[in-house]
Design a protein around this ligand. Sequence first.
Ligand SMILES: [Zn+2]
Length: 427
Amino acid sequence: MIANAVTGPYKDGKADIDDSIALVIARTRQLGAHEVGHTLGFAHNYIASTNDDDDVMDYPHPKMSVDKDGNISIKNPYREKIGEWNKIAVNWGYRQYANDEQEKAGLQKILKDAYAAGHQFVADGPDSRGVSSLHADSHLWDFGDDVLKATKQMYEVRKVALAKFGLDNIADGTPLSSLEETLVPLYYLPRFQINATAKSIGGMIYGYEVKGAGLVPRHSMVSRERQDAAMDLVLEALSPDYLTLPKHILDLIPPKAFGYELTNESFPRDTGASFDALALVEAHANHTLGLLFDRYRLARVNDFNVRDSSQISLDRYIVKIAQNTILAARLDDPLKAAVQRRVGHVFVHYMMMTAADNEASPAVQAMAASHLAGLKGILEEKIAKEEMNREYKAHYQAQARRIGLFLEGKYMPKASDLAQIPPGEPI
Ligand SMILES: [Zn+2]
């Protein structure tokens, strides 16, 4: 589905799907090797993608790029061989030694040589999996040795593929309403790279430090420069330019054909039977702001700043997100303006959920509550003093009103109020 969404292989009644089939076979081959790895006793190693897919125990995302002719290339989507780390792990786990002394020295040498050659191991769980995980270079479903660079590449692929998206993305004889389910993985295509990029914010770089071993460098916070660049990339995914579907796509997708229904792999919608140009935006913003407002990330942003004043403060962090969402300059284009308002709504929702989150750190709750009080004042002043259309006025009024009710303890937003992004792991 991802391959067909980006390449549009059904031109002129033909099905040019060789690359799509090759991708599926390459993925199946990789997955087979991965499961054999588990059978041999090996754990996930999610940093391997930064090291030329050094370990089949990573979760790989298919590699794709825009070629020189402006087409999406999915050639060589996955590495076709096991990694060097796999050979090292087999050597470490299965080599026989004559006695305990030789075994101890031999195993140490294998690891020492491996780390000296640049191989790395970072496991699953709190290091790599989930929104809150800490390691800035170890992720599920990312690719490439530079997470920010790969994210920009995926944004470019998405932009080009959306511009071309149309009837060539489904086979002849397929109802046009099925374009929607083909579009879902494309519209949200960079989501795993965005997850990975967000992990630079309040993230750390580290290996597993052992006294006397000296295999890995000491752990460190991600540099301010990289955190700022990551923040800009994540905020780009909240911008109206990024989130607004091109009009040719909105005009193309009809209501569901008889016998076909919406599934959990369709876009969310508030519009009943017609395609909804805005609920899909809400779902994307929900995903992206969920990364930025993760309670552990917020606590780390604050923690890093109080330990090292060159790191961004939680205050400036929230201001920066607000300036790119609810407080961004109003737009004239009606569709982009509506997208911007929808993102602002989700931002306010997250701010209230954070202020009310008893599991967030007290400093995080306090800063979110303080900014909400300030934001209510800013919105009321805008309504009173600035010229704007009815849509923006209603939006600002609604946000100011619910912030007021929230601060008085009369309203509590829930995560389930927001549209959810459909599942989409490239398994
Ligand atoms: Zn596995």
